[in-house]
Design a protein around this ligand. Sequence first.
Ligand code: LLP
Length: 420
Amino acid sequence: MNHFDLVNGVLHAEDVPLPTIADSVGTPVYVYSRATLERHAQVFRDALSGLDNPHLAFAVKANPNLAVLKVLARQGYGADVVSGGEMDRALAAGMAADDIVFSGVGKTAEEIVRALKAGIGQFNIESEEEGRELATLANTLNLPANAVLRINPDVDAGTHGKISTGKADNKFGVGIHRAPEIYGRLDALPSLNMRGVALHIGSQLTSLEPLETAFGKIGTLVQDLRANGHRITHVDLGGGLGVRYKDGDNPPEPADYGAMVARVTRGWDVRLMFEPGRVIAGNAGILLTRVIRVKPGAGNLPFAIVDAAMNDLARPALYDAWHDFEAVEPNGQKMTANIVGPVCETGDTFAMARDIDVVAANDLAIFRTAGAYGATMASTYNSRGLVPEVLVDGGKFAIVAERIAPETILAAEHVPDWLK
Ligand code: LLP
C-alpha cells in the first residue's frame, strides 16, 4: 500500500502531480511520501503489538535522508546505525541517543569513542576483538557501554547472495557455537554491560521460515547463556522483511511476522528489539525520471534511454533487482523495450525486454519501490550530479536533499602545485 497513484491519468505522489515536481526540481529525482512512511511505521508497530514494549530502530542505511528520519522519529522510532555518519543523522533528526543501536562489523575506535560520548543506547558487538576494544575505550572514558553480542546463526536466508548475512561464511557476528565462551569472556569485563544478543540474517526475505529457524536457535542460546549465569535482558532480532517489487512477489505480511515472533519468543522474558529498513521505506519512494530518447535495438526491441542511471539507482546493476517502470501519463498502450540509463557501461540497464507503457522522448516515468537503498547508494559515476530528494506531504512538497551539481563536485578537487 502506498500513495503513488494515477489521478485523472497522471501519476501523483499523494496530492501532488509528479510533473509539478519534475518541472520544479528537474529529473532524475527521488520522491518520498510522508503518508506512506507513516503508514508503514504504524503497520510494523501494530504487527508487534502482542509484544511487551518492543524497541523499534529504523535501519538508517535504507534511507538516511534527514527529513525521512524526522518523520520516523516523530513516529517514535529510534535508529540502527552502522557508522558515525549515520549516528549523526539520527541524532540530528531528534532521535534520543538512548534509542540508537550501533551495528556494523568494522566500527573504528574513533566511531566507538564518538558513540560513547553521545551516550548511544547499545553497541551490537560483532567480535570478541571489538568487544575488548569497546571495553577499553569505555573504561578510559569512564562512560557506560551497553552491549549485545551479534550471533551468526548459520542460517540461509534464501535471499540474494550479496545481501545474505547469517551464513557461517558471512563476515557478520560470531559463530553460534563459539558464542557462549566469547560471551562469557566479554561479560567478565567490568566496563562492558553485556545485556543480550543480536542477529540479522539478511535483507529482502520473502519467507518467514529462515527467520523462525534463526530465532529458535537464538532462544536456545539465551537459555544456555542464562544457565551459565549471564543476565540476558535484550534480544535484537534485526530487520530483513522483504517487500513487493513486482506482481507475483509475495513477501510475508508484517502481521504474520509479528505473530511468528510472538510465538517463537514466548517466555524469553527480554525486551525485543527490531531493525526494519526496507519494509518501512521501500514502497514509500519512487525515482522520477525523464525519457531522453528511444532508439531502435537489435531484434526490434527499442532502448528507452532515461535520464536516471545506475549511479542514481544501483540495485538493478548490483543485484539484478527489478523495479517496476511506469509512465507518469500513460496512454494505455504498451510496448516491449529495454530500459537503460546514459552511463557508459552495459551494467547501466534497468530492465531488458520489459513490457512497459509506451514512452517517447521527454515523457516522464517512474521506477517504483525506490525508497529503500535508492538515493543512499547513489554516486557521481560518469561525473553526473548527485540525485536530489523530495518529500511530499498531502498537497505540498519540499526538496529534502539538493541536487549536488557536477560543478560542485569538480570544485572540491584540486591539482597540486607541483602538477600545474
Ligand atoms: N540490521 C542490520 C544489521 C542490517 O545489516 C540491515 C541491512 C538491516 C538491519 C535492515 O535490513 P532490511 O530491514 O532493510 O532488510 N543494499 C541492499 C540491502 C542491504 C541490506 C544491508 N543490511 C539492497 O539494495 O537490497
